[in-house]
Design a protein around this ligand. Structure first.
Ligand SMILES: [Zn+2]
Length: 246
């Protein structure tokens, strides 16, 4: 059932991509699922990979994803997966025609190990600024220097959105130029449809629900979650539907 749905989403996107998506799709398409680390379990992904609305690439590392946001000659990486993720991220950079030298910004959505696991290794190979939410910074054990960020801050033209609940310092990253939201664990699709933070790993469920409602008021065109497939069609409507249940 979810396959049908995802396929329909994919077709929908292809038909509606128009001028906005074409140039980027040409440079980045087809690389969404070619990571050598992709398990066979990811084969449910539709073939015509609706990979891009404006310069982003998913690095699919089994159950968790990182995202590369390409802006001109610079790349912002959002989240760093589990320890050892640097090889997958490097593959992703290559597939996007980029390399570590282009990575000037690394944004961590929250403190959990499956999102910051590659931090120590990656901080050795890039000359970049590293960011995490104000209330999560102290919980991330690393030699890397982390800059605390919060609502209203901007990194490479990307807006930091406070989305507390999953952790108290959880942030999401929003690209106002194209409506792409990297949601970390504030939103996920690994249960088959769009849902909020997994209660099992949520610090404050009331705050998490409020964060979803806040996101539902934004003009979001695509949701790139930490866990599960991106939502590339009707993202705003799906988000509002979810918010109405909370
Ligand atoms: Zn998490």
């Amino acid at each position: 059932m979810s396959d049908v749905r995802l396929t329909r989403r994919g077709l929908f996107f292809t038909a509606g991509a128009g001028v906005l998506g074409v140039a980027v799709v040409n440079t980045l398409a087809g690389c969404a699922d070619d990571s050598p680390n992709s398990p066979s379990g990811s084969s449910s992904t539709p073939a015509p990979g609706p990979a891009d609305i404006g310069g982003w690439k998913r690095v699919d590392m089994s159950y968790v994803s990182a995202y590369l946001l390409v802006r001109g000659k610079e790349v912002a990486v959002v989240d760093l997966g589990t320890p050892g993720s640097e090889a997958s991220i490097e593959e992703g950079l290559k597939a996007a025609g980029q390399n570590w030298a282009a990575v000037k910004h690394v944004i961590l959505t929250h403190q959990h190990d499956d999102h910051v696991g590659g931090l120590n290794e990656v901080s050795k190979v890039v000359t970049a600024s590293f960011y995490a939410g104000v209330l999560d910074v102290a919980s991330i054990i690393t030699d890397a220097r982390l800059k605390p960020v919060k609502q209203g801050d901007e990194v490479l033209g990307l807006q930091i959105i406070d989305t507390p609940g999953h952790t108290l310092g959880h942030i999401s990253v929003f690209d106002p130029s194209n409506g792409v939201l990297v949601s970390g664990d504030a939103l996920r699709t690994n249960s088959g449809s769009l849902t909020g933070s997994d209660p099992q790993y949520t610090t404050d469920e009331a705050k998490a629900a409020t964060s979803v409602k806040k996101l539902a008021t934004m003009d979001i065109k695509a949701i790139l979650p930490g866990h599960g497939e991106p939502v590339l069609v009707n993202a705003s409507a799906e988000l509002q539907k979810l918010a109405a249940t909370l």
